[in-house]
Design a protein around this ligand. Structure first.
Ligand code: GLA
Length: 385
């Protein structure tokens, strides 16, 4: 891939790139829609992601190109930028804007991106391009910034520049991922640990529903606001900074304060999902993959019934998984409303699983899903020759 990308760079800019970088996407094993509620999540970086080749220019221009999109932009160096339209280059532009705001000196760059992550599929293509760009700026300009701070910067871009109230999970996962490891991240304190993700005879399958969505026009911000309202009502009796500071027992005692069935369902998902993550950590360390799979199913059920962020495409995938004997767990991953699901499937049954699922899904939904096995890989990095 790198050679194709370099060749394209030469065609576009008439010179060689000076640097190459890669940043993965992520899947979240469990802990959905709780990062912005101060909960614990368990994502891991995957082997698919976004590549960037780049060279400085003396023209004080940012020339943005991407092999996945036809839109280009040539923007003069300014002291700050704001979002223009919905084009892909708003993500790297937002990152440049953050570095400029922080007082770093950045000048002209010719950049070419290529991603092999399905876009708008819940595998964090946007966090991937944000963290990739920030990491590249750090290396190119010798800026002293940690990967955790890069993740936080990416989140600021998402929240303030793009306008999605997302949490820290995606940026953190793609910045800090480690091969064969899941990250257990406390989204309130940002404390984290790496957990060995030993799946034994099983593999982690990713199933793309091929139903696209963008968070900017999904109900993501609506859910964020609903959680804020529920917390405010619960705070009349409970002392909590975040919904995830409340355990299920305290929640049962105080849920009457919410007095709104929809908000109550949202809060119940958050509180119970946070507890599932804690149990998931225990059963993973004990090597009890079967129970881990059950927690995945329970998480999906909660996202479907209580948080209402699934949809018929993702539900159809998980419904098939529950009937397939050699699949021990499945759930939607990421924001939902379409995008991807993950499943734990017996290694030697993967091909059969994929075939049967393709037929089942296509008959019910009318078009094919994508089914692939995923490796758990490292986070953002420079790719040397
Ligand atoms: C998106 C957001 C994350 C997280 C997930 C849901 O991926 O970017 O911050 O909220 O949805 O868990």
């Amino acid at each position: 891939m790198k050679e194709d990308l370099k060749k394209k760079f030469r065609e576009l800019f008439g010179k060689d790139p000076e640097y190459s970088f890669f940043c993965p996407g992520r899947v979240n094993l469990i802990g959905e829609h709780i990062d912005y509620n101060g909960g614990k999540v368990m994502p891991c970086a995957i082997s698919l992601g976004t590549y960037l080749v780049v060279a400085k220019n003396a023209d004080k221009l940012f020339r943005f190109r991407c092999m996945n999109f036809p839109e280009t932009a040539d923007l003069h160096l300014q002291s700050s930028y704001s979002k223009t339209g919905k084009e892909w280059f708003n993500y790297p532009l937002g990152v440049i804007n953050e570095f400029l705001k922080d007082g770093h000196t950045i000048s002209g760059l010719d950049v070419l991106y290529y991603g092999n992550l399905p876009i708008g599929a819940g595998l964090s293509s946007s966090a991937s391009i944000e963290v990739l760009t920030a990491y590249a700026l750090k290396i190119i300009y010798g800026i002293n910034i940690s990967n955790t701070d890069i993740a936080l910067l990416g989140k600021r871009v998402e929240n303030e520049f793009i306008g999605v109230n997302s949490g820290i999970m995606d940026q953190f996962a793609v910045a800090m991922g480690k091969e064969h490891k899941a990250i257990l991240l406390n989204c309130d304190s940002l404390d984290y640990e790496y957990l060995p993700f030993n799946t034994g005879d099983y593999i982690l399958a990713i199933i793309n529903s091929n139903k696209q969505r963008t968070l900017a026009d999904s109900k993501y911000n609506e859910r964020f606001a609903e959680c804020g309202k529920a917390l405010k009502l619960l705070k009349k009796e409970l002392s909590a900074e975040n919904l995830c500071d409340i355990d299920t027992r305290a929640f049962q005692d105080s849920r009457h304060l919410i007095n709104d069935p929809v908000l109550e369902k949202r809060a119940l998902h958050v509180v119970s999902e946070n507890e599932r993550v804690k149990e998931a950590k225990e059963v993973l360390s004990a090597g009890n993959l079967k129970r881990f799979g059950e927690l995945m199913y329970a998480s999906h059920q909660s996202l479907k019934e209580l948080y209402e962020v699934s949809g018929k495409e993702l539900d159809t995938i998980v419904e098939f998984c529950t009937t397939y004997g050699d699949c021990i767990g499945a759930r939607m991953t990421g924001a939902g409303f379409g995008g991807c699901a993950i499943a734990l499937v017996k290694k030697d049954k993967f091909d059969d699983f994929a075939r049967q699922l393709m037929t089942y899904y296509t008959v019910k939904i009318g078009y094919e899903p994508g089914v692939f096995a995923s490796a758990i890989g490292d986070g953002v990095r420079e790719v040397k020759a």
